[in-house]
Design a binder for this molecule. Structure first.
Ligand SMILES: NC(=O)c1ccc[n+]([C@@H]2O[C@H](COP(=O)([O-])OP(=O)(O)OC[C@H]3O[C@@H](n4cnc5c(N)ncnc54)[C@H](OP(=O)(O)O)[C@@H]3O)[C@@H](O)[C@H]2O)c1
Length: 226
């Protein structure tokens, strides 16, 4: 479970742990990971890693193999967001968004496939965004990355279907997490979704019987755009 130290990723990790899964929490900040692990209790473990770095990602899945010997579910949730007009977007902003939101999905999925391929209940869940389908101004790097990640997810669904690996994309709209701070202006928190709303959608997709695959779920605040 990447991006598991806070926000949507932590809510998904908590829901998975409540459902009985052994959850491996992945993010960069060790302190935040440790406090997330404590929240989840006994069955959770942590690996501090930057999912944009190939060697870190390889280390994550080597640890998963060593500790558990198997992997049934990979949830890609690590994300980065920049809110700036295109003309002010730096190469560094661009690279951070592309590598965190898109490159990481390539790296983790490649590294996880040997383990997922051995599971009888394998499921890949990618946390994407309404920005995977719609263009909003001042989000060029994020939008490019999330559109790309949806395209990659759709190809993976076709290629992994014969191996019995189900692939689900969750596309949330505005959700009350630290990421909202990147906008640089206040967003009314009662008008956006909560991380557990996204977690509920993930759980629901995972709990479908093997004969049913949830392809894409678009979740938007019922208050409309804010
Ligand atoms: N909040 C929204 O409105 C919203 C809407 C649509 C989609 N989403 C998507 O939902 C996902 C989770 O976002 P969030 O809102 O929960 O954001 P968040 O609170 O900022 O959490 C981001 C998580 O990703 C981790 N992360 C960031 N860069 C990483 C890296 N290079 N390597 C490993 N972990 C990394 C962070 O931990 P560290 O910093 O410790 O690494 C943290 O655990 C993202 O993919 C985001 O694009 C969010």
């Amino acid at each position: 479970m990447t991006g598991a130290s806070r926000g949507i990723g932590l809510a998904i990790a908590e829901a998975l742990a409540r459902a009985g899964a052994d959850v491996v929490l992945v993010a960069r900040n060790c302190k935040a990971l440790e406090s997330a692990r404590k929240k989840l209790g006994g069955k959770a473990s942590t690996v501090a890693a930057d999912v944009s770095r190939p060697s870190d990602v390889d280390r994550v899945f080597a640890q998963v193999k060593r500790r558990h010997g198997r992997l049934d579910i990979l949830v890609n949730c690590a994300g980065a967001f920049t809110y700036k007009p295109f003309v002010e977007t730096t190469l560094e902003d661009w690279q951070r968004n592309i590598e965190t939101n898109l490159g990481s999905v390539f790296l983790t999925t490649k590294a996880a496939l040997p383990l997922l391929g051995a599971s009888k209940h394998a499921h890949l869940v990618n946390i994407l965004s309404t920005s995977s389908r719609n263009a909003f101004e001042n989000c060029s790097a994020y939008t490019a990355a999330k559109f790309g990640a949806l395209g990659l997810t759709r190809v993976l669904r076709k290629e992994l279907q014969p191996k019995g690996i189900r692939v689900t994309a969750i596309l949330p709209g505005l959700t009350d997490t630290e990421m909202l701070k990147e906008f640089g202006f206040d967003i009314p928190r009662d008008k956006v979704m909560q991380p557990e709303d996204v977690a509920n959608a993930v759980l629901s997709a995972l709990e479908q019987p093997a004969r049913t695959a949830v392809h894409e779920v678009l979740l938007l605040p019922s208050a409309g755009s804010v």
